[in-house]
Design a binder for this molecule. Structure first.
Ligand code: BG6
Length: 475
C-alpha cells in the first residue's frame, strides 16, 4: 500500500547507519513503488557537500549495502535526493533546509546522530520553523545509558515535540517474526488459554550472535551487552511474550500492556545473573579486551539472567534471557516450555517430554512446536518426539522479506507508533536495568571469560542446572 508523499530529512546522512540501513531501506521501498509521487529525501549533516556529491555517496551506499543493480531504479531514487550541510549546534544551514521543505507534505526528521545532539536538533527544528505540530521526529538508539540520561533525552525532545510525534526506534520491533509473535498469540485461540504459569514451565529468550565487537570498541566498552541488547531488544521480546492481550492493535493499547510487564519485573538478584567476556581464540582471534583497546575492561559481551514477572499470569514461571557476541551461531529465538503432562499412562519405559513452542526470529524465521507421538511401526506403544515445523520461507515463499528498517520508516510516514517505544517504556526499562548495572560497577567483578565460537560462559549452564533446567543448545 503506497504511503502519502513526504519530505524525509535525514540528519547524519553521511554516517554509518544511514549508509548501511536507512538509505538502502528507503531505496527498497521506493523500488517496489511504495512512495507517494512527490516524495523527497533531504540529506543533512556537517559534511560540506552538494547535491551531486550526496547522490554519489548514496549510489555507492545502495550498491554496496543495498544490493542495488537496477540502474533505472537507482537513477529514479537519486532524483528524489537533495542535500544541505547543517550545523546541529549553530545557525548554519537551517534557513536553507527550511527553504527546501514544502508546505502541506508529511515531514519526517530522522536523527541518525549521537544522542547528545537530539536536544539541539529538536530545538532548532522548531525554532526555525522546519518542524510543525504534525511533523515526526525519529531517534535511534542508544536512548540514554541510564534512567537519568533517558529522562533528560525525553525532556529535551518533549520540550519541542508531542509524544505522538516522537518515534524511538528499536529495530527488533520491526522484525517480521517479532510481529508474528503478536499474531500467533492474539490471532489464534489455541495458545492464549495456555499462556500462563499454570501451563508454561519457563521461557527462554536467546539472541546469540557470531559477530565480535571489533571496530566498535569505544561505544561498546562504555555500554556492554546489558545496555546494548538487554535493556532494549531482549526487553521488547520479553514484553511481547509476557504482555496481556491489548484491547486493540493500536499504539497506546499495545504499549500500555508492554509497560505493565516492565513494571512487574522483580529486581534481579546477583546470583541470577551471569556476565561473560570472550577471550582470545585458540586460532589467534583477538579477545574482547583487544577489540575494546582496554586491557582491564570489565565490560560484558555476554549476559544470561533469570527474570521474574511478578503478576498473576506469570508468578512461578521464570523467563531466562541470554545474549552474547562471538558465539557459535547467529540464532535468535523465544522458546516456550510447557509443563509436562500431569500423569503418564504409558508406563515407565516411556518418559514424557514437555511440549515446547519455539518462535525462531532469525535466521530461518519460523515457528516450531515440539510434540510427542507414537513411534511409527511395530514394537507396541513407544513414544517419540516430533516437530510441527513451519519455516516461513517454505510456507509463504512469495511473501518476500523486508528489513526491519523498511517497515519502521514506512510506519513513521503512516504515523503509526505501534512498533516504536514510548518514553515511559524506555524509562521503565532503564529503571529496571540501572540497579543491576550499578551493582556490577560497585562490585568491580570481572565477567567470566568464555571461548569464542562456543555457547557462552560455564556459569550460564549452572544458572539453569540450579533450577533443574537446561538451555536450548546454540548450534
Ligand atoms: C544493535 C546492537 O542494536 O543490534 C548490536 O547495537 C547488535 O550490538 C545488533 O549486533 C543486532 O541486531 P540484529 O538485527 O543483527 O539481530
Amino acid at each position: 500500500i503506497p504511503v502519502d508523499s513526504f519530505d524525509f530529512v535525514l540528519f547524519g546522512a553521511t554516517g554509518d547507519l544511514a549508509k548501511r540501513k536507512i538509505l538502502p531501506s528507503l531505496f527498497h521501498r521506493f523500488q517496489i513503488g511504495q512512495f507517494g509521487d512527490n516524495s523527497r529525501i533531504i540529506g543533512a549533516s556537517r559534511s560540506q557537500m552538494d547535491r551531486a556529491g550526496f547522490q554519489d555517496h548514496v549510489r555507492d551506499a545502495l550498491e554496496t549495502y543495498g544490493g542495488a543493480t537496477d540502474k533505472e531504479a537507482i537513477a529514479g531514487f537519486l532524483d528524489l535526493l537533495d542535500y544541505t550541510p547543517v550545523d546541529a549546534k549553530g545557525d548554519g544551514g537551517w534557513d536553507v533546509l527550511k527553504s527546501m521543505l514544502r508546505e502541506g507534505e508529511i515531514r519526517a526528521f530522522y536523527l541518525s546522530v549521537a544522542p547528545s545532539l537530539f536536544g539541539d536538533i529538536a530545538s532548532r527544528l522548531k525554532s526555525t520553523g522546519c518542524a510543525d505540530d504534525d511533523s515526526r521526529i525519529v531517534v535511534e538508539k542508544p536512548f540514554g545509558h541510564d534512567l537519568a540520561s533517558a529522562q533528560a533525552l525525553n525532556t529535551a525532545l518533549r520540550a519541542h515535540f508531542r509524544e505522538g510525534q516522537i518515534y524511538r526506534i528499536d529495530h527488533y520491533l520491526g522484525k517480521e517474526t517479532v510481529q508474528n509473535l503478536m499474531a500467533l498469540r492474539f490471532a489464534n485461540s489455541l495458545f492464549e488459554p495456555l499462556w500462563n504459569s499454570s501451563h508454561i514451565d519457563h521461557v527462554q529468550i536467546t539472541v546469540a550472535e557470531t559477530v565480535s565487537t571489533e571496530g566498535r570498541g569505544g561505544y561498546y566498552d562504555q555500554s556492554g551487552a546489558m545496555r546494548d541488547m538487554v535493556q532494549n531488544h531482549l526487553m521488547q521480546l520479553l514484553c511481547l511474550t509476557a504482555m496481556e492481550p491489548p484491547s486493540k492493535f493500536s499504539p497506546n493499547a499495545v504499549r500500555n500492556e508492554k509497560l505493565k510487564v516492565i513494571e512487574a519485573l522483580e529486581p534481579v538478584q546477583p546470583e541470577n545473573i551471569v556476565r561473560g567476556q570472550y577471550r582470545e581464540s585458540a586460532a589467534g582471534g583477538d579477545s574482547y579486551r583487544d577489540h575494546a583497546g582496554n586491557p582491564d575492561s570489565r565490560t560484558e559481551s555476554y549476559v544470561a539472567m533469570k527474570v521474574e514477572v511478578s503478576n498473576w499470569r506469570w508468578a512461578g514461571t521464570p523467563f531466562y534471557l541470554r545474549t552474547g557476541k562471538c558465539l557459535r551461531t547467529r540464532e535468535s529465538e523465544i522458546a516456550v516450555f510447557f509443563r509436562k503432562p500431569p500423569h503418564n499412562i504409558f508406563g515407565e519405559d516411556n518418559e514424557l517430554d514437555a511440549n515446547m513452542l519455539v518462535i525462531r526470529l532469525q535466521p530461518d524465521e519460523g515457528i516450531e512446536l515440539r510434540t510427542t507421538i507414537k513411534d511409527p511401526g511395530p514394537g507396541g506403544m513407544r513414544l517419540t518426539g516430533a516437530n510441527l515445523d513451519m519455516t516461513f520461507a517454505d510456507s509463504l515463499p512469495d511473501s518476500g522479506s523486508q528489513d526491519a528498517y523498511e517497515r519502521l520508516i514506512m510506519d513513521v510516514i503512516r504515523g503509526n507508533q505501534t512498533l516504536f517505544m514510548r518514553g515511559d517504556e524506555v524509562e521503565a526499562a532503564w529503571a529496571w536495568a540501572d540497579p543491576i548495572i550499578h551493582a556490577w560497577e560497585e562490585s568491580g567483578q570481572a565477567p567470566q571469560q568464555y571461548d569464542q565460537g562456543g555457547s557462552g560462559p560455564d556459569d550460564s549452564l549452572l544458572l539453569m542446572h540450579r533450577d533443574d533446567r537446561r538451555w536450548r543448545p546454540i548450534e
